[in-house]
Design a protein around this ligand. Structure first.
Ligand code: GTP
Ligand code: MG
Length: 201
């Protein structure tokens, strides 16, 4: 899919104030620093459409970006960010869960996992929660450039093994790198195929 336009629309802490349009949307979620905002920039070929930082906790709001004037990408704050105070952590978590349970325009979530790390409880629990709430999601393994060609498939295989302890089958997954552009076409055609299906229905 060719991205001919990608524009920031608005930031919100309240799901009720998100765009009223009925356009399909896709949201990026995962631990702080996993690379959600960087991935949005990589997919859209825009250097700083979404704000990124080496320090966790950069994205703090629900950010809508309109793509090709007919669908949305949504950048969300990370979960599991330990450096915020307990009370503000609760606010994060609450508006994240409220976004996912209330946003009817959401077509699918992308749960981002840093491919270097062993399966983390918080990610497994979040996917469990999505499952229980019948929210469709796929997985994106990020930062593939940080592993060697031999280590990368081993890490992914380990993750799949762990997932199969809880899931009947492995959800659709992608392996990406925001530095090299790996996985870009795969993620974009996945979205494009769903958008086409939705137009037909
Ligand atoms: P929060 O907004 O804090 O939740 O973080 P985020 O998930 O949006 O992460 P962000 O995109 O800001 O990236 C965090 C750091 O990881 C930045 O320093 C990025 O440059 C780096 N990074 C993100 N993706 C990649 C990648 O694919 N490869 C490499 N090498 N670095 C990456
Ligand atoms: Mg971010």
């Amino acid at each position: 899919m060719k991205i001919s336009s990608a524009e920031f629309v608005m930031s919100n802490s309240d799901v009720a104030k998100c765009p009223k349009d009925k356009l399909p949307e896709y949201a990026f979620i995962g631990r702080s620093n996993v690379g959600k905002s960087s991935l949005i920039n990589m997919l859209t070929d825009r250097k700083s459409l979404a704000k990124t930082s080496g320090r966790p906790g950069k994205t703090q709001l629900i950010n809508h970006f309109i793509i090709n004037k007919n669908w949305f990408l949504v950048d969300l704050p990370g979960y599991g960010y330990a450096r915020v105070s307990k009370s503000s952590k609760k606010v994060f978590q609450k508006f994240i869960t409220s976004y996912f349970s209330k946003r009817i325009q959401l077509v699918s979530a992308f749960v981002l996992i840093d491919c270097r790390h062993e399966p983390q409880k918080i990610d497994l629990e979040f996917m469990q929660w999505l499952g229980e709430n019948e929210i469709p999601f796929s997985i994106i393994f990020t930062k593939a450039d940080k592993l060697t060609k031999t280590k990368l498939p081993i890490q992914i295989e380990n993750y799949i093994k762990e997932m199969l302890n809880y899931w009947e089958e492995m959800p659709t997954y992608f392996v990406t790198s925001s530095s090299s552009g790996l996985g870009k076409e795969e993620v974009l055609s996945y979205i494009s195929d769903i958008n086409t299906q939705l137009k037909k229905s």
